[in-house]
Design a protein. Structure first.
Length: 626
């Protein structure tokens, strides 16, 4: 007897097989189309459902009916909208029915039910937090702020002081700013002020949680906060007034948002939710631009009503790989309805600020200002004599090969400078740190992941050229060799390694023999035990990939002394956006290289990534109704 396939069980076998689907549709979009027809939907609803699925796959929380989503997509006429309104599979936002519909028509936007629920819930929760303002029990006066800022009272720190002062008594605070603007410095002072406030109001120290969307970003946040605590403990602020609160912050472990909420992994859902609130009085989420709509919904759902939520990030960076442009929408709504719960930091505190005008020109999309800033920076040099800004016309496969060959040669020279093929003792912290520092010294970033100009093929090309180096001959044909850099791509809580963590292979002397080990940044437990690096057996690592080239998305939360950004030669590439260009170039601390055609650069400057949805609108509606 014939066993029915999945499609037949759901009635898909009755569907026409010669339907001309839109070329851009994924298989999932086609499956949604079939599902709607199999469950009694009409062709117009099925087509709209396919486009809703497509929109969700590319980060939109809703399908805009009044305009085409992409080239070739329809905009729905009033007659078709009436069809959607009458469909048994499409619900209305004000409908009171026992059985929820899989799609929701809300004004000029068609939603998947889960996205509609999340958008409404997020707007309501954030609106409630904005309204929940109380007078501080122990306000910070000027003397307190001077103490927290090491006796300084500079104009450049004015916005930082505003953030520290204004967070008290609030349940929501958003701190936005670009690289080098002192976000983490400000967060530490905010935490100290909030800790003292909680003690004054309740008689006990608060339960503090700090998190970020990725393990790499969380680790960087924890590291920066610990360093800040050490610096303050050695200053006047380390006295009796703040010592207890400094210690409270120092002992907090930074973690991913998934781990904070108690992700159930493949089983779905979280341990903490509305029925089981997270035990936290203060929650800080860094790199909030990487939060998607569903994750923010889950976070807000799990927070106690009285908990303080601080969202930190750069609203001009790339949005999350998931649904929505959360931080952008929140920042725009709070700017349109100012209540003191948004602080934008703009002053760059880096000593080498030659790259700041470039990043600012990209942020605002000013082509002339960008060209002028890049030209000025190209005539300057870093302290090490490196040219601050360089452009290479990488416009085809031949020019890319030449540039990669030059980059590989420089990489070999850098590895040779730290004697990467010489074994060092496990206890030789300085030598190991010098090797590990290679990961932050230089990085090639790609706008694309796949294809000749994508990170995967570029990384493979660089690895092949690196392995042809005579110094690596003893490891010829082996997977692992000294200097190989990798990125973890799947969380492993047992190994305390998380998606985005970077490691470098080093040669270690152990008991009279040389072993290849992979060095990673220390976990909170390692730091507590005085270990500065973690050395792990390569064969024990969770899934990973070569990191000689990374996508711009994967680089978020990281900074490098020198960063090179490779753009696709096709100026019509949908990945050429202002946010991508800004994110890639702003990863550089001292020097930047731009590999690409002028047309590709200008296309990125002139294209703003826009995600469809109504979160910003809903936030303003909630604000105006109270």
């Amino acid at each position: 007897m014939n066993t029915p396939v999945a499609g037949e069980r759901f009635g898909f076998s009755r569907m026409p097989r010669d339907t001309a689907f839109p070329e851009v549709w994924r298989e999932l979009d086609r499956a949604i189309w079939r599902w709607v027809l199999a469950h009694g939907g009409d062709p117009a609803t099925a087509e709209a459902a396919g486009w809703v699925s497509h929109a969700d796959g590319f980060g939109h929380s809703a399908l805009p009916l009044a305009q085409a989503l992409v080239s070739g997509a329809p905009s729905w006429a009033s007659l078709q909208r009436e069809t959607l309104r009458d469909s048994a599979l499409v619900g209305r936002p004000d409908a009171q029915t026992d059985a929820p519909k899989p799609f929701v028509l809300d004004g000029d936007h068609l939603y998947l039910l889960r996205n509609h629920r999340s958008e409404i819930a997020v707007a309501a929760a954030l609106g409630q937090r904005r309204r929940s303002i109380s007078l501080p029990c122990q306000p910070l006066d000027d003397a307190d702020l001077r103490d927290l800022f090491n006796g300084s009272w500079s104009e450049a720190e004015a916005r930082q002081r505003d953030a520290v002062r204004q967070v008290l008594g609030r349940r929501l605070m958003v701190l936005a700013g670009g690289p080098g603007t002192g976000k983490t410095t400000t967060v530490l002072r905010m935490l100290l002020g909030l800790s003292r406030e909680h003690l004054a109001c309740t008689g006990s120290l608060p339960q503090i949680r700090i998190a970020a969307p990725t393990g790499k970003a969380a680790r960087r946040l924890g590291e920066s906060l610990r360093l800040g605590v050490q610096q303050l403990q050695g200053s006047d602020a380390g006295g009796a007034t703040w010592a207890t609160h400094l210690q409270a912050v120092r002992t907090v472990e930074a973690m991913t948002v998934h781990r904070l909420l108690g992700s159930r992994g493949r089983h779905g859902g979280f341990a903490f939710h509305a029925g089981q609130a997270l035990a936290a009085d203060i929650v800080v989420v860094d790199e909030a631009s990487m939060l998607d709509l569903g994750m923010l919904h889950a976070l807000l759902d799990a927070l106690r009503e009285e908990a303080v939520l601080v969202l930190v990030g750069d609203a001009d960076q790339l949005t999350s790989v998931g649904t929505g442009s959360i931080l952008v929408d929140i920042v725009q709504a709070l700017e349109a309805d100012p209540r003191g719960d948004l602080i934008r930091l703009s002053h760059c505190f880096r000593a080498d600020a030659a790259l700041v005008p470039i990043n600012e020109a990209v942020r605002v999309g000013d082509v002339d200002a960008f060209e002028a800033a890049f030209s000025t920076a190209s005539r300057q040099a870093t302290a090490s004599g490196m040219q601050t800004a360089v452009r290479h016309a990488v416009v085809d496969a031949a020019s890319l090969r030449r540039r990669l060959a030059a980059w590989a040669g420089e990489l070999r020279a850098s590895l040779d400078a730290v004697a990467i093929t010489t074994a060092v003792a496990r206890e030789d912290v300085d030598a190991l740190q010098a090797r590990f520092a290679m990961l932050r010294r230089r990085q090639l970033l790609c706008a694309l992941r796949e294809g000749p100009f994508g990170a995967a093929q570029v990384a493979a090309s660089l690895a092949a050229q690196l392995r042809a180096w005579d110094a690596l001959a003893p490891w010829k044909g082996r997977v692992w060799y000294p200097g190989r850099s990798v990125m973890i791509i799947r969380n492993d809580h047992t190994a305390r390694l998380y998606n985005g963590d970077l490691g470098v292979c080093v040669l270690v002397q152990d008991g009279g023999r040389s072993l290849l080990q992979v060095a990673f940044e220390p976990s909170a437990e390692d730091v507590a035990n005085g270990r500065s690096l973690r050395l792990l057996d390569p064969d024990t690592l969770p899934p990973h990939e070569d990191a000689l080239a990374l996508t711009v998305h994967k680089s978020q939360g990281s900074e490098y002394a020198r960063a090179a950004l490779l753009l696709p030669p096709d100026a019509n590439s949908p990945l050429l956006t202002r946010q991508m260009l800004y994110t890639g170039l702003s990863r550089a601390r001292k020097a930047v290289e731009l590999w690409g055609a002028e047309a590709s650069t200008h296309a990125a400057l002139n294209t703003v990534l826009c995600r469809h949805g109504r979160l910003r609108e809903r936030l303003l509606e909630v604000a105006s109704s109270h």
